[in-house]
Every structure is written in structure tokens, then in C-alpha cells.
Design a protein. Structure first.
Lengths: 247, 63
């Protein structure tokens, strides 16, 4: 399958066409994100009970868990786009990887920082070299490695390609993060949301958690669309410069 | 203690809860501001270059 057979995708590699599409989607995702985050903060900070064991410190969960989920989802999307970029050679796929990477790194940072701030009062340590924490730290370094690699070449196309390969190799870390709490005896608690028997979180805490997960997701969509348009523009700017230099 | 002070204290965990929310807010604001500033600058630059490109092409065709 070549890009010629995906005319819809091909059209949106043009920054102006993509910008028009993004302008139609953005108000909805941005609005949804603001509402979901607002409600999530209200329920998370005011209208939900303290935990019977962890007291008020449990409120850190409402930023830690959504950030942790996004750190993995964003990487998964980047890996899928990296594979699509290699197979179909579509510019949008490669540029999506680049556009999403700093956002994934930021979510991973939030996950680690909030987790550390939760770990200190609950475990008595800011950090432990437990399998869950270590594999999440590896994910952070994968993001940073990608960001360093993608801009390390004179030819941006080569940077994108090298980055895509790094992202695909690093994808092995995702199942390790997910199952680390089952495979090893970790200090980190096991899954309580995505279990075979459904969420094991009380509804009063599940509500703010779901609102925040929705808020984080729509925030990501909003910002990644803007970043994607920005990357398409950068490509166009390079093309104009090359054309001007040739004369 | 006022109810607001009680809220800020977070049952003694205020020193952990608020930094966690503060860092999250900072990271979100950073992503948004940086992305919007870059997009705005690139839109402007691309407009300038495409206008220059069109006028170059126009001159060439006029010759």
C-alpha cells in the first residue's frame, strides 16, 4: 500500500489543509479538556473522601495515575506511528512521533515526580529500585533518547527514521511496565483499574480518576494537533529555504 | 484552624499533595505555552517565505 492509495492522509500532509482540519477539532478537545480537568480537580481535591489507610495523600493518585497511563498510551501511539511511517512512508506518521514525544516525556515526568511525592509519606522513601519504578524511569530515558536522536542529524528525514527505530526497539518496555507488578515482588501496588474483574477502586474515587484521565487525554489530543501542524510548517519552511537557496 | 487552612493542610500531607499538583500544573502550562508560541512563530515565518517564493516565481515568469 502506498500513500497514493490513502488520499485522505496525503491531503493532510499539507500544513494549510491540516491547519483547517485541526481548527475544527481543537475547540472541542480543548473545551472538553478544560471541563474534565476542572471537574476532576473539584472532585479530586474537594468532593471525594480521604483513603481509610492513606488519608489525604491519596489525592496524589488523581494526577499520578492519569500521567502514568498517558506515559504508556502516548508511547504506544508513537510506536504504532513509527511502524506506519516505516511501512507506508507517510510524512504525517513520522512527524506524529516527533510531535508526541515531548508530551509523553512530560507525562512520564509528572508520573515519576508525583509518584515520588506519594512514595515518601507512604513508603518512607522518595525512590526505590523496584521493577515498576525502574521500568517507568527507563521509559523516561527512552523519550529523552528519542528527543536527542531526532535532532542529531543534518538531514531531518534521517533523524526521524533513526528515532522511529529507537521507539520501536523501546516498545518492549511497555509490557514490562504493565506486568512488572505481577512478575516481580514490587513495593508498588498491583493494578487496581485495569484488572480482569474490573476496577477495584471505590466509585467516589473512581469518578475523579476517570475525569482526570479524560482531561489528560483530551489535553494530549489538543496539544499534539498543534504540534503536528507546527512540524508540518517546519518542513514547509525548510522546503522554501531550499528553493530560495537554489536560485 | 479555618476550613481553608484545614484544606491546605491536607491532613498533614499538604507538603506532598500540593507539590504534586503544582508540578503537574507547571508541566501542563509549559507544554501548552511552548507549543502555542512555536506554532505562532512558524505560521508567521511560513507566510513570509511563501509570499517571497511566489514573488520570485512571478519575476521569473515575467522575464
Amino acid at each position: 500500500m502506498t500513500t497514493a492509495r490513502i488520499p485522505l492522509l496525503h491531503r493532510y500532509a499539507n500544513p494549510a489543509a491540516f491547519g483547517r482540519l485541526a481548527a475544527q477539532i481543537l475547540p472541542w478537545t480543548a473545551g472538553a479538556s478544560a471541563i474534565l480537568l476542572g471537574l476532576g480537580l473539584y472532585f479530586g481535591l474537594f468532593a471525594s473522601p480521604p483513603d481509610y489507610q492513606q488519608g489525604e495523600s491519596v489525592r496524589i493518585m488523581y494526577v499520578h495515575v492519569p500521567a502514568a497511563i498517558m506515559s504508556e498510551v502516548v508511547y504506544g501511539l508513537m510506536a504504532a506511528a513509527a511502524a506506519a511511517g516505516i511501512i507506508w512512508k507517510h510524512a504525517l506518521a513520522d512527524l506524529f512521533v516527533k510531535a508526541a514525544a515531548p508530551l509523553g516525556a512530560a507525562f512520564t515526568f509528572i508520573c515519576l515526580a508525583a509518584g515520588s511525592l506519594w512514595g515518601k509519606p507512604m513508603w518512607g522513601a522518595w525512590w526505590v529500585w523496584d521493577a515498576r519504578l525502574t521500568s517507568e524511569l527507563v521509559l523516561f530515558f527512552l523519550y529523552l533518547g528519542y528527543l536527542a536522536l531526532v535532532d542529531a542529524f543534518d538531514d531531518p528525514q534521517r533523524g526521524l527514521k533513526a528515532g522511529a527505530i529507537l521507539v520501536l526497539v523501546g516498545v518492549v518496555d511497555l509490557p514490562i511496565i504493565k506486568f512488572s507488578v505481577d512478575w516481580w515482588n514490587t513495593l508498588h501496588q498491583p493494578a487496581s483499574l485495569m484488572t480482569l474483574s474490573g476496577p477495584k477502586v471505590d466509585p467516589s474515587m473512581l469518578l475523579p480518576l476517570m475525569l482526570m484521565i479524560g482531561g489528560f487525554t483530551t489535553f494530549f489530543i489538543t496539544v499534539v494537533l498543534m504540534r503536528l501542524e507546527s512540524e508540518l510548517l517546519a518542513r514547509r519552511i525548510r522546503a522554501w529555504r531550499t528553493a530560495a537557496g537554489d536560485e | 484552624m479555618t476550613s481553608f487552612a484545614t484544606f491546605l493542610a491536607m491532613g498533614g500531607y499538604g507538603g506532598y499533595v500540593w507539590p504534586a499538583y503544582g508540578l503537574t500544573l507547571l508541566a501542563f502550562a509549559g507544554m501548552l505555552v511552548w507549543t502555542m508560541a512555536t506554532l505562532k512563530a512558524r505560521r508567521r515565518e511560513e507566510q513570509g517565505l511563501s509570499a517571497a517564493g511566489r514573488s520570485r516565481r512571478g519575476r521569473r515568469e515575467a522575464k
